[in-house]
Design a protein around this ligand. Structure first.
Ligand SMILES: Nc1ccn([C@@H]2O[C@H](COP(=O)(O)OP(=O)(O)OP(=O)(O)O)[C@@H](O)[C@H]2O)c(=O)n1
Ligand SMILES: C[C@](O)(CO)[C@H](O)COP(=O)(O)O
Length: 233
């Protein structure tokens, strides 16, 4: 029996509103290279990943320059120019584009273009932990801060018990057929695991890493630089 293969899907069609800047944040440089290029180079360097699909906006004017700023990724990465108005739509469009190359029981790792700190070793660890899992799962980290739910005036209304709370990261790894069905049926979700949970299934958490930071605001950049320059494990 041929073992199922692993494919990466990188949603990269956002505008980076919270980051600001002249271009979408996935093209902003961190440690000398565009954020999205870090991600594509990592997946291309991972032998266990059969192929990577990056989903960008149909009108994206930056992707060709990004693909040209380093060794060729031909044969390892396909750019799909079909981003959607939401993350969910972008990922779903990517899954549809992948259809001719992937079977329903094969794995899709969905990873934010905004998380350039991912390493090949982390990908291998995720596969080792989840490749036999009946549902799939994701990187996540236990919440360590005390959480407050606040009102419109930023006053605490409730302290949310943090026992059992984990902060989701990516990759989020599910079999193609299940993920596509879940996203087709989901309301607008902020991650793929939410759509899987809406089917009544329980994705498994795998301990992530602080280096797998999602670059959202300008204040996230210095820490990401430290990790990507190898100055901090
Ligand atoms: N319509 C969208 C929205 C987001 N994303 C992607 O989803 C990932 C995580 O989203 P986020 O960090 O929110 O990025 P943006 O949506 O670009 O940021 P903002 O919400 O600040 O605009 C990013 O790689 C982003 O490019 C996408 O592919 N399509
Ligand atoms: C998928 C994710 O990174 C998990 O924490 C997060 O939900 C993405 O949220 P964003 O608002 O699209 O950045």
């Amino acid at each position: 029996m041929i073992p199922p293969r692993y494919f990466a899907l990188i949603p990269a069609a956002g505008i980076g509103a919270r980051m600001g800047g002249a271009m979408p944040k996935q093209y902003g440089h961190v440690a000398g290279k565009p954020m999205l290029r870090h991600v594509l180079d990592t997946f291309a360097a991972c032998p266990a990943i059969t192929h990577t699909f990056a989903i960008v906006s149909g009108a994206d004017p930056h992707v060709d320059d990004m693909m040209g700023c380093g060794p060729s990724l031909a044969g390892r990465v396909t750019i799909v120019r079909d981003g959607g108005a939401s993350r969910r739509e972008t990922v779903l469009n990517g899954l549809l584009a992948m259809r001719p190359q992937i079977a329903d029981d094969e794995w899709v790792l969905v990873h934010d273009a905004a998380r350039p700190g991912l390493t090949v070793a982390m990908i291998d660890r995720l596969l080792a932990e989840l490749s036999e899992d009946p549902v799939g799962g994701l990187f996540a980290m236990p919440v360590v801060d005390t959480l407050k739910r606040v009102d419109d005036e930023r006053r605490a209304q409730e302290t949310v018990p943090r026992d059992g709370l984990w902060a989701a990261q990516t990759p989020q790894m599910f079999r193609y057929g299940l993920l596509r069905k879940a996203l087709e049926q989901a309301a607008d979700v902020t991650d793929e695991a939410s759509a899987i949970e809406a089917l009544g299934l329980a994705p498994r958490m795998v301990a992530g890493s602080a280096r797998n930071i999602k670059i959202t605001h300008p204040s996230d950049l210095p820490l990401a630089e430290l990790y990507l320059k190898g100055l901090h494990d």
